[in-house]
Design a binder for this molecule. Structure first.
Ligand code: ZN
Length: 285
């Protein structure tokens, strides 16, 4: 199943430009707001399986309407250095335990539109995002996928000067400017992708391929992250995990390269979809 946030309403996609509005079609059983439905995720999946798609009323869906399918999570986890080739370009050893930080939820945004560049060195990091569909506490790795509602594409946009200022790197603030956490264009249930453990992931800047990897190269897989994070802190329905980026970020280039106004950044994962963002200069008062 593929779900989207269509103008703030959770929608089951039935084609490239059509969907079923969950709140209307369920007679109000499920909320319209995508953020409210993760508490009832298992019930939603059961309901969709019973839905007669031949007679269900559909609504048109356009790209311009699409928002973040996982808005307002209570917790956002992000993982650093989770691909060996990215750890190498960042000049760190491959971690033996996950390197965890947060992106404050106010940075999250939708899959299309503009991102305003603050002062500094703003970089790209395409990432697989996992969204939690069921409270997870001390979950075993072999059962971890049962707690994942779906997968999406994320961008962990990062301002490097703030990230690297101070005696030790502090990831969270420099990665949390408004618009620095795009998620989308859709949420795909794990059974819907061909191989949930091995998806091509990449990014293009003005049409040039700048990142390309495979999620099978994750140091800590989605299942391992759910197990290791939930061993410490309960994961809640609707929570978001940014799982880390493969090689090719701007900071690792010689010379380093950063985003500038007018740049178009495309972020994609095979079997999920692509997001497109245009960088904008801050508006001058
Ligand atoms: Zn990242």
């Amino acid at each position: 199943m593929r779900f989207a946030n269509v103008a703030g309403r959770l929608t089951l996609l039935t084609g490239p430009t059509t969907g079923v509005d969950i709140h209307s079609a369920s007679g109000g059983r499920f909320p319209a707001d995508p953020a409210g439905v993760y508490e009832q995720w298992a019930g939603l999946l059961d309901w969709v399986r019973e839905l007669d798609l031949a007679t269900a009323e559909t609504v048109p869906v356009t790209e311009q309407q699409l928002g973040n399918p996982a808005p307002r999570p209570q917790q956002v986890f992000a993982i650093g250095l989770n691909y060996a080739d990215h750890a190498a370009e960042a000049k760190f050893a491959v971690p033996e335990t996950p390197t965890v930080f947060t992106k404050f939820p106010s940075c999250l945004t939708g899959p299309f539109g503009q991102v305003t560049l603050p002062d500094g060195d703003v970089d790209w990091e395409v990432e697989l995002v996992a969204v939690i569909g069921r409270r997870a506490e001390a979950v075993q790795e072999e059962h971890a996928w049962e707690y994942v509602a779906g997968l999406s594409v994320g961008q962990d946009i990062s301002e490097r000067r703030l990230q690297l200022a101070g005696p030790v790197p502090q990831f969270s603030l420099g990665k949390s400017y408004p618009g620095f956490g795009p998620i989308g264009p859709v949420l795909v249930t794990p059974d819907e992708v061909a191989d949930r453990e091995d998806l091509e992931i990449g990014a293009l800047l003005n049409g040039e391929q700048i990142q390309k990897g495979r999620t099978s190269d994750l140091v800590f897989s989605v299942a391992a992250l759910v197990a290791q994070l939930s061993a410490v802190t309960p994961l809640l329905p609707g929570d978001v995990i940014f799982t880390g980026t493969p090689a090719g970020v701007g900071l690792g280039r010689k010379p380093p390269r950063f985003l500038k106004p007018g740049d178009e950044l495309v972020s994609y994962i095979q079997g999920i979809g692509e997001m497109r963002h245009v960088m904008a200069a801050p508006s001058v008062e």
